[in-house]
Design a protein around this ligand. Structure first.
Ligand code: CTP
Length: 396
């Protein structure tokens, strides 16, 4: 997610410095080039040898070593992003006031790239007006301040002040400096997950859709620079990135209203949701009590949202559906492609091993209105989403 990005990790003297090791590993694992700078006192908390091993580069602690200047100006200019993690009270104060007495601050003052700051300290220190003032000042300079977590603190107290986890820092960096540009300026609308159709106040009809495929698609588009909106039925997943616009809905009717509202302004719409085809004609206002041996519930058809969008589609818009089939897969998918006036349809077959609801993997076939066919072999839903986005890219 950070392929080829040049990132400096600056470490100051906090017990949370141990997390910097995990951060460096995570950044490397995600394709970044990493350089580490740390303060003298940070050495008491984390070994420079470990950091240089994981970053594959010497760690800079002093302004010079063996009569050679550690050129922090060049390093600052080299970077695509600089993350100071952990940032202690002392370091925040120096950053806010330009007190340049160590290599971390010198590199910070030399850097022209986006700066990210992950504070770490005890709750009272964090909440102290001087710290809050320094953070506000640093934010006003355009720096990104990561929020602290609440939990067990090194002092033994419980409260606010824990440094963000390496995974949270990674996502912040990806959102801000890791996104591609191939879909920049494109508005993508994705529906995902199941819908729930109420029977009474405590029961509903639904299906096994987990929403994973839709979320993976949303993330893949977002990472390529698109503006992404997800209309999401009830599900336990959420996208990793806070920049993805998230519209939660419950029933097919809610999803229909949200889709009709968002569709006119979208360039690409992908209906990955498993929308209920039928809903109870009436919803009981009180819990239905257990009386007879059998219970009949009358159902009525919901609106076919995708088909409705197909009739409203303008020439610059692309509309893509999903088809989940258990028999006669290709014929059914081609029929939906044509009937719902789609540009393409992605076929999932429940018969194919590793594909379908709740799985982490999928394999799909894509059919387009111009007669193209593509088969994407079994892989993770993230990888399928990535391939689909690349395929759609070739149709732009
Ligand atoms: N779809 C929709 N509104 C519905 C039902 C389905 O927008 N009320 C969309 C789905 O999001 C999917 C496509 O239509 O993109 C195909 O859904 P699917 O359930 O495979 O097909 P149906 O049209 O519902 O037909 P059937 O259930 O008979 O297979």
């Amino acid at each position: 997610m950070l392929q080829g990005k040049k990132i400096i990790v600056g470490i100051s003297a906090s017990i949370a410095a141990y997390k910097a090791i995990l951060l460096v590993r995570l950044l490397k694992k995600n394709g970044a080039e990493v350089r580490v700078v740390m303060t003298q006192s940070a050495k008491d908390f984390v070994s420079p040898l470990v950091l240089s091993t994981f970053s594959n580069h010497p760690v800079w602690i002093d302004f010079h070593e063996n009569n050679v200047w550690n050129n922090h100006v060049e390093l600052g200019l080299w970077a695509d992003a600089f993350i100071i993690a952990p940032a202690t009270c002392n370091t925040l104060s120096k950053m806010a006031n330009g007190l340049c007495d160590n290599i971390v601050i010198a590199t910070y003052l030399s850097a022209r790239c986006p700066i990210f700051i992950a504070p770490a300290m005890d709750e009272d220190m964090y909440k102290h007006p001087s710290t809050q003032q320094n953070l506000a000042k640093l934010q006003s300079f355009g720096n990104h301040i990561l929020s602290v977590n609440t939990g067990f603190l090194a002092s033994g107290l419980h409260g606010e002040g824990r440094m963000s986890e390496p995974e949270e820092i990674l996502l912040e960096l990806v959102e801000n400096v890791g996104r591609g540009r191939s879909w920049q300026g494109e508005k993508v609308l994705i529906s995902a997950g199941p819908t729930q159709e109420a029977i009474d106040p405590v029961r509903y009809i639904s299906n096994h859709s987990s929403g994973k495929m839709g979320i993976s698609l949303a993330e893949a588009f977002y990472l390529q620079g698109a503006h992404v909106t997800v209309i999401a039925g009830p599900m336990s997943f959420k996208p990793k990135f806070s920049g993805i616009n998230w519209i939660p809905v419950v029933s097919a009717k809610d999803m229909e209203q949200a889709c009709l509202r968002e569709f006119p302004s979208s360039d690409w719409t992908i209906m990955a949701a498993a929308v209920a085809d039928y809903r109870p004609v009436t919803v009981a206002s009180e819990k239905i009590k257990k009386k007879e041996n059998t219970l009949e519930i009358s159902l009525e058809k919901t609106t076919d949202i995708l088909a409705t969008l197909g009739t409203q589609k303008r020439s610059h818009q692309k509309l893509i559906g999903f088809a989940l089939e258990t028999e006669n897969e290709e014929a059914h998918a081609l029929d939906k492609l044509q009937r719902k006036k789609l540009d393409a349809i992605v076929l999932n077959s429940l018969k194919e091993l590793g594909a379908g609801f709740g799985m982490d993997t999928n394999q799909v076939h894509v059919f387009t209105s111009s007669g193209e066919r593509h088969s994407l072999s079994l892989k993770s839903k993230e990888a399928i989403a990535q391939e689909l986005v690349n395929l759609f890219q070739s149709w732009k």
